[in-house]
Unconditional design. Structure first.
Length: 472
């Protein structure tokens, strides 16, 4: 394998077949699968960061992925690809250690290292390139992509323009800070950080007298556990607050996991928009719960600290939301809390806060602004996205803009899931090429979602089942 070029190829009049914007796991998956199709297509992928890194602030020692190792960049679409995790291990002489480790869920740090290996070997990836604008050129029937080439310090070094028939947006998500908590980020000398930056500030946090973690998802649980293990017994001085009614386990039953299959994605996409919007918030345990091992480890650590009498100085309170927040003098912050079920209110003063409050999709408007009314939107003003992951554009635009992890409102909770990355990439490439370089399974779940199955090749009506009414 040859290393990728460090600089983009010179601009030519011949457009690319596909340009990817953003190089996270999803567009990296698309680049890897595009590299392996029988009839080559011309691709380029641009990323403003200087190199690939996957959530570096959350690569806590021992933290594991919540998906099996088969959910790498390519395996579930092409297990023969040279870019599989197993091939990465082979190149590192680690296949036998991996075999004997019997790990179905690898550590996050290992997944990050694997993705970096792919990004360093795969041609056509251009880091240090910030995409500034996308325009449709009707005269030449292709997109123009303007970018700024950045130096190692992130300063502008040169401007460039590339041309492409199709685009794949993989600009990812950004840390979300709920409105009542935003004043905390301006708390000056008080460490108030989002969980995305946890490891960068870990030592500063540990030096604080009292620490509060807000958020009951996997990241919040891992950070609470890491802080708990690092604090002396009896002097933990930790609070863990959550809006959810419980510190609940992630839904990890075999049939429950079928919500992360192409079958469910097709079912969800076919639902009316108001039904989809009502459904997503109720599915929080599918993707916002805590894995069983982490919950067990937290309880084990708390229990261990009671062996010689007494209780750890750690308070875990679900069902609480922060109404307002502000500074106390210059060294502390005050959280105004309300318990949802009790209807009671209280105040909590703390010396440091970790906001494990999740992520939100980055808005597409800033990069697609030039398309204006040519981008069709739903009743809530969100981009409409079809079942092939294409933005719904004016028919005058003959090129496609595909999206990756910007479609939860149209495709459901599986949008950010690594287990669907290869399948979505293969779907995009099959659509883009008008061929089937990656044959995909017709059925992927034992569950039949809805009375009318939404997977190709399956009868529209099950034997013995007669629908009384069919509604649109």
């Amino acid at each position: 394998m040859t290393a990728r070029p460090d600089r983009p190829t010179p601009d030519t009049d011949q457009p690319h077949d596909l340009i990817g914007i953003g190089i996270g796991p999803f567009n990296l998956s698309l680049a890897a699968l595009a590299h392996g199709i029988p009839t080559p297509i011309a691709t380029a992928f641009y990323e403003q960061r200087p190199a690939f890194h996957w959530h570096p602030g959350l690569l806590i020692d021992g933290a594991s992925l919540q998906v099996p190792f088969l959910a790498d960049l390519v395996t579930l679409a092409d297990p023969t690809s040279p870019w599989t995790l197993l091939n990465y291990l082979r190149t590192r002489d680690r296949l036998f250690p991996f075999y004997f480790a019997e790990r179905f869920h690898i550590q996050r740090a290992e997944y990050d290292a694997y993705c970096r290996w792919v990004s360093q070997q795969l041609p056509g990836l251009h880091f240090g390139h910030q995409v500034d604008a996308i325009r449709w050129n009707p005269e030449h029937a292709h997109f123009e992509v303007d970018f700024t080439q950045l130096d190692p310090d992130g300063e502008a070094e040169a401007l460039g323009r590339a041309h492409t028939r199709h685009i794949a947006l993989g600009i990812g998500t950004e840390p979300h800070i709920p409105e009542p908590l935003k004043p905390l980020t301006d708390a000056g000398t008080v460490p108030v950080i989002h969980s995305a930056d946890y490891l960068h500030h870990r030592q500063q946090l540990l030096e604080a007298e009292h620490i509060t973690v807000i958020g009951s998802g996997q990241s919040g649980a891992e950070i609470f556990l890491d802080l708990l293990r690092a604090r002396p017994a009896g002097h933990e001085k930790l609070h863990w607050l959550a809006r959810t009614p419980a510190f609940a386990p992630m839904e990890y039953s075999k049939l429950g996991l079928e919500h992360f299959t192409p079958d469910y994605t097709r079912y969800f996409h076919a639902l009316p928009e108001p039904v989809r919007d009502q459904l997503v918030p109720h599915q929080w345990q599918l993707h916002k719960g805590i894995d069983h091992d982490t919950i067990t480890a937290i309880h084990d650590e708390l229990y261990r600290r009671t062996l010689h009498g007494g209780w750890p100085d750690a308070t875990l309170t679900p069902g609480v939301h922060v109404r307002t927040a502000g500074r106390v003098a210059t060294t502390r912050v005050e959280l105004h809390l309300e318990h949802t079920q009790q209807g009671t209110r209280s105040r909590l003063t703390t010396d440091a806060v970790v906001l494990a409050t999740g992520y939100r999709e980055r808005p597409l408007d800033h990069i697609l602004g030039s398309l204006g009314t040519q981008l069709r939107r739903d009743a809530s003003g969100r981009p409409r996205i079809d079942d092939q992951y294409r933005l719904d554009l004016d028919p005058a635009i003959t090129g496609n803009i595909y999206v990756q992890n910007a479609e939860r409102h149209t495709h459901g909770v599986g949008a950010p899931d690594l287990g669907l990355a290869a399948w979505r990439s293969a779907t995009i490439l099959n659509n883009l090429t008008g061929a089937t370089p990656y044959p995909l399974p017709q059925r992927t779940a034992f569950t039949t979602f809805g009375l009318t199955p939404h997977h190709p090749g399956i009868p529209a009506q099950s034997p013995g089942l007669t629908p009384l009414v069919q509604t649109n």
